[in-house]
Ligand binder design. Structure first.
Ligand code: SAM
Length: 259
């Protein structure tokens, strides 16, 4: 998968890539990242890429000409690629959005700065608008890194553990189960006996139950859309019978076999 990044500050992006799993994915030819400085497409001798807003007010706006020229150059002699604008006004990035975007061969990511880009860029050039959350950062570089890393983790071979991404929170719909490592006792706090039992089947079942307990406690909104399999139903019946958590009505109906 290829990422073409359009930014005014490529130097912000490089160090993080070099220290992240993206670097290994680049070496293993799973991804390719090319950073482009938008200033290279500015036409005046000062390489201007922003200007004051029509209508007045503070802040600067990124000019449309360098952005259109850059994208048109990058689209020359290739099939059109999605053009993703990082913006707090876009679709909020989540596992589903990252998975969808992981299916494209190449994408152009546009990092905004200042007050953002001229509206004609958004309206006539951009194909996708992605936000990393309901807060405002000063530039699209961090959001672009977040997007690229979320996508890269989902690409086959990118993680050391081939099942790593599949076990992660959200991938199967639930939050991931808790993890413990050595020492077995730390400040009088032990580790659940089952994890040191060597019984893999029991460990997997315990993990599934813990994943359900944490998701029900922390993110009940997630459980509404999960397709339950036989193990889920067994674990949920146990949670219900032992009164460990109050289950949403929809789940109660399914596990009690009323539907
Ligand atoms: C200061 S912000 C502009 C915010 C804009 N004036 C608004 O209120 O919607 C500058 C740039 O940072 C990036 N940015 C800031 N917050 C973001 C977020 N939550 N998600 C994605 N990109 C963001 C965008 O590229 C944006 O153009």
């Amino acid at each position: 998968m290829e990422f073409e990044i359009l930014t005014l500050f490529p130097e912000i992006i490089t160090p993080y890539i070099q220290a992240s799993i993206m670097q290994r994915a680049i070496i293993n030819k799973i991804i390719k990242i090319t950073l482009h400085n938008l200033r290279d497409w500015a036409v005046d001798k000062h390489h201007t890429t922003d200007d004051t807003p029509f209508g007045g007010g503070g802040g600067m706006v990124m000019k449309p000409e360098p952005i259109f020229s850059a994208v048109e150059d990058l689209q020359k002699e290739t099939d059109p690629s999605p053009i993703v604008l990082m913006t707090p006004q876009g679709r909020q990035l989540d596992h589903t959005a990252a998975l969808e975007l992981s299916n494209v061969k190449r994408m152009i990511i546009l990092c905004g700065r200042y007050e953002g880009v001229d509206e004609r860029v958004r309206k006539h050039l951009v194909t996708h608008e992605i936000s990393i959350g309901d807060y405002v950062l000063s530039g699209g570089e961090l959001p672009a890194l977040v997007l690229m890393e979320a996508i890269t983790r989902l690409l086959p071979g990118a993680l050391g553990d081939p099942n790593g991404a599949a076990d992660d929170s959200f991938a199967g719909g639930l939050l991931e189960y808790p993890h413990f490592t050595r020492p077995a006792v730390f400040r009088d706090w032990g580790v659940p006996d089952i994890l040191t039992s060597g019984n893999h089947k029991a460990v997997n079942r315990w993990r599934k139950k813990q994943a359900w307990l944490r998701t029900l406690a922390k993110r009940p909104d997630l459980v509404e859309v999960i397709q339950l399999n036989a193990v889920d139903i067994e674990v949920l019946k146990e949670i219900d019978q032992e009164g460990e958590m109050i289950l949403p009505e929809k789940i109660k109906i399914i596990i009690r076999g009323e539907r």
